[in-house]
Design a protein around this ligand. Structure first.
Ligand code: ATP
Ligand code: MG
Ligand code: MG
Ligand code: MG
Length: 469
């Protein structure tokens, strides 16, 4: 059985043999795009090659790019632990043509990789194309010999990619794997497609047109290809398991988390172990790339991820800081492919430990408050904005953490009420400032910064981000 590390190599070697330059993953913090929170797709580091702003030193490239989708347009944070296929951190395998080959070669190579190199059963594969992309439709018919119903035409934005309001854009074709009838979910394009039965494994984007002010104005003289395949998803398929969390790498991380908590990843506890394993990866890789927990911007996203993991450690009954003890298992699994993990290991462990010590001073009491506030609530009931605010302000619970805990218990949170409480706090802060002629106290500043952090970083809200392949 091929391991995740072997699958990564197979992919890169396959495309290297086809004239692609193997390119190292870029750091998670975008080097060329201040509007983007984190690199969230394989194409991000190559953006300037696609727009023509820079000249690529090669016409074809292949990479396994570190991606984080935990904020902005692509926010998979709430899916983690609940779907079989989403992570906050994952690796996106990609092959890229910068004005070199186009649809025919891309589809032909994709099909050869999945069915010959990986040996997947064509009967369990199906594809989508953009609604009017007859060219891609015909190529699939020829290359895969699919009947019409296995090449689904999709009209929505899932199958039409654009870098933004201006810049390259074009239709996509996506490859899906059918994990089997026993799993709920329908084929792509059907009303119940958002299940975990037909899992999207690979997206091929054909950059063919150029947009200006959200309108297609011309065809690109030298169209390009950008593809993205989730390494953990293809590993699940190749290892014959349904969930990404059952691939070799995650089994090892979850085993470490089971050991450290003396609990089994079964029943109610399983999601906690999955979240811990996932968040261990995103936190560690973010820290290795220079992000540190803080109350604003990228640092606050990291803090939110870390604290969510720490809450799950608490749910598993861990009485001491846990996350830093799992780092060695991660380094064993991924340190070879990502030497920065090894280099930063001590720093990652220390950062996780300090944050967990800090959060633990209030975590238990915060959970107690939540317990009290929900004891008499009927299922589906609403936790008041004031409670969410107190949890945030006094106990360091990011709003999304409270929402996630509420969801786990079958409740909702009054977000408007939370915002109102926050605004009132801000007003009080201002009044105090004026009244005393002194600076606002530290608690208020912290709260203010907590609140302002994500909005100071306007990029991912103001810009229709550019990372999606
Ligand atoms: P989905 O519809 O399943 O959320 P997506 O359409 O958002 O996936 P793309 O933006 O097309 O995903 O990214 C390309 C590929 O990256 C996907 O086909 C999938 O294999 C992988 N991928 C995307 N999001 C995740 C994630 N959160 N965790 C793991 N793999 C992912
Ligand atoms: Mg998605
Ligand atoms: Mg999709
Ligand atoms: Mg997609």
């Amino acid at each position: 059985m091929a391991s995740l590390n072997q699958i990564r190599s197979t992919f890169l070697d396959f495309f290297a043999a086809d004239g692609h330059e193997k390119v190292q993953s870029a750091p998670l913090v975008p080097q060329n795009d201040p509007t983007l929170l984190f690199v969230n797709a394989g194409m991000v580091p190559f953006k300037d090659y696609f727009t023509g702003a820079a000249t690529p030193p090669y016409r074809r490239a292949a990479s396994s790019q570190k991606c984080v989708r935990a904020g902005g347009k692509h926010n998979d944070l709430d899916n983690v632990g609940y779907t079989a296929r989403h992570h906050t951190f994952f690796e996106m395998l990609g092959n890229f043509s910068f004005g070199d080959y186009f649809k025919e070669h891309a589809i032909e190579r994709a099909w050869a990789l999945v069915t010959k190199e990986f040996g997947l059963d064509p009967d369990r594969l199906m594809v989508t194309v953009y609604i009017d992309d007859d060219e891609a439709f015909d190529i699939w018919k020829k290359v895969a010999g699919f009947p019409d119903h296995k090449i689904v035409r999709i009209a929505g934005s899932d199958n039409f990619w654009a870098m933004g309001d201006s810049g390259p854009c074009g239709p996509c074709t996506e490859i899906f794997w059918d994990h089997g009838e026993h799993i709920p979910g329908g084929p792509p394009g059907s009303p119940n497609e958002d299940g975990d039965r037909f899992v999207e494994i690979w997206n091929n984007v054909f950059m063919q047109f150029e947009k200006e002010n959200d309108e297609i104005v011309r065809s690109l003289p030298r169209p390009s290809v950008d593809t993205g395949m989730g390494l953990e998803r293809i590993a699940a398929v190749l290892q014959g398991v349904h969930s990404n969390y059952d691939v070799d790498l995650f089994k090892a991380l979850i085993a470490a988390s089971e050991d450290a908590t003396s609990t089994k990843a079964e029943g109610d506890r399983a999601p906690s172990h999955r979240v811990i394993a996932d968040h261990l990866r995103s936190s560690s890789f973010l820290i290795a790339d220079g992000v540190t927990p803080s109350n604003e911007g990228r640092g606050y996203v990291l803090r939110r991820i870390m604290r969510r993991a720490m809450r799950h450690a608490h749910l598993l009954g861990a009485s001491d800081p846990l996350m830093h003890r799992l780092v060695p298992a991660l380094v064993t699994e991924m340190g070879e492919a990502y030497p920065e993990l090894k280099r930063a290991q001590a720093f990652i462990e220390d950062t996780l430990k300090q944050e967990e010590i800090r959060f633990r001073t209030t975590l238990g009491r915060g959970m107690g408050l939540l317990e009290d506030a929900t004891r008499d609530l009927p299922q589906g009931g609403i936790i008041t904005g004031q409670t969410a605010f107190t949890l945030y302000d006094t106990y360091g619970f990011p709003l999304d953490l409270t929402q996630d805990e509420a969801r786990r218990r079958g409740f909702n949170v009054d977000v408007d009420g939370f915002e109102t409480a926050m605004a009132e706090q801000r007003e009080r802060g201002k009044a105090n400032w004026k009244g005393s002629g002194q600076s606002a106290n530290a608690g208020e500043w912290l709260a203010l910064r907590d609140r302002l952090g994500p909005t100071v970083f306007t990029g991912y809200e103001a810009v229709d981000d550019t990372g999606e392949v």
